[in-house]
Design a protein around this ligand. Structure first.
Ligand SMILES: [Ca+2]
Ligand SMILES: [Ca+2]
Length: 376
């Protein structure tokens, strides 16, 4: 019993294999644009934690009294883990940064600008939401968000590994742009088996966000992570599992529109010919999933950006037949004040967002600096 409990705590004290390859880089990038999913049992925790994008900035852990957990690029080089210094930590965004940042946003209602400035520490709430114990490289969180120890965290659907057979912990896991962080809390006190499993959808080579054109038959493949401690993650086919889609997020995927049940290869196909262009989510509550040794099966989700290239003139957001500075300015105003535009034509880089990047591309197009948009 003791050993199992310890194993679970270590599962919480996650590691990430990609950290190994990144160890040589001590400069850091200063921020990490990640996607986040948080689930409890068969449902997601919040529509703000369903493959949701967050840009986690670097901040000094000393703002939280956590300077003993500074990132150390050589933390797992030897058997003895040691914390880094303010210098080695500088600009390296770790999973601990992400946990603090999203806690301030999702639990304390911080704005993205306020998060990461010490709020959780100053309010005296840090120990309530992220009770961090242990030492750098072997830390653990016993009661994240008050959810007890039955929590599992994976990065990019993989159990994070520090070095062979050893888990690095949240303070030593580097995050980079494009990483996906999944957190799952579950109530199933069956101590005979350990761990929980994550549902991973893949479409067009991505497990976070896929693009397709209206009319495409988009194939989604569902797999589940195997639960094993200290080893590289394997995946098993998610066969016979109901899969759903929606264009309006709610936390229980089983309440969305059913696409079908995965076949023996874990696949379902979404026919998009009757759908309009827009953002969709494909998900499952994993009710029918069965993975040996898993105490709980987390729900799964992937984003689908559906375009209608046949009927859209990209860049011409006021549909006057011209692509010019007026369109660029309308896109900017849309991003800041929500003026009315043809939104399908505005996302010219196809990232699912309409913002100044699109406006600047439209401007470059109208000036003849580019002849084609990235989305085309
Ligand atoms: Ca126009
Ligand atoms: Ca865009």
């Amino acid at each position: 019993m003791k050993k199992k409990t310890l194993a679970m705590l270590t599962v919480i004290a996650v590691v990430f294999s990609m950290a190994i390859t990144a160890f040589a880089d001590t400069t850091g990038t200063g921020s990490a644009k990640i996607t986040l999913s948080i689930s409890q049992n068969k449902q997601f925790y919040s529509t703000d934690a369903m493959m949701t994008e967050y840009e986690v900035p670097y901040f000094d852990l000393a703002l939280y009294g956590l300077q003993d957990y500074y990132y150390n690029p050589d933390c797992y080089a030897s058997d003895e883990q040691k914390a880094g210094t303010k210098t080695t930590a500088e600009n390296n965004v770790t999973m601990l940064h992400a946990l603090i940042y999203i806690t301030e946003i999702l639990q304390l209602g911080a704005s993205p600008g306020e998060a990461g400035t010490g709020m959780l520490y100053q309010s005296g709430e840090l120990a309530n939401y992220i009770p961090l114990q242990g030492a750098a490289g072997s830390s653990y969180i016993t009661n994240f968000w008050g959810w007890g120890s039955d929590i599992n965290y994976y990065v990019n659907y993989a159990f994070p590994i520090g070095r062979n057979g050893w888990g690095a912990t949240s303070d030593q896991i580097l995050l980079k742009d494009g990483d996906h962080l999944s957190i799952h809390q579950f109530d199933n006190p069956n101590w005979d088996i350990t761990g929980s499993t994550f549902a991973r959808f893949t479409a067009n080579g991505s497990s976070t966000s896929a693009s397709a054109d209206k009319g495409d038959k988009v194939k989604f493949t569902l797999e589940y992570t195997t639960s094993q401690y200290g080893a590289e993650t394997d995946y098993v086919t998610g066969e016979g599992v109901s899969v759903y889609y929606t264009d309006k997020l709610s936390t229980n995927p089983a309440k969305w529109t059913k696409i079908g049940t995965t076949n023996s290869s874990g696949q379902v196909t979404l026919d998009t010919s009757k759908l309009s262009a827009g953002i969709y989510y494909i998900g499952t509550d994993s009710s029918e999933a069965y993975v040996a040794d898993a105490r709980s099966h987390a729900p799964g989700i992937i984003k689908l950006i559906l375009k209608d290239t046949a009927s859209v003139t990209y860049g011409d957001v006021n549909t006057d037949g011209k692509i010019n500075a007026t369109d660029a300015s309308l896109v900017l105003r849309y991003a800041t004040s929500g003026v009315s535009i043809t939104t399908d034509a505005a996302d010219v880089n196809g990232d699912g967002k309409i913002n100044s990047t699109d406006a600047s591309l439209i401007l470059r197009y109208s000036a003849g600096k580019i002849t084609k948009f990235p989305v085309e």
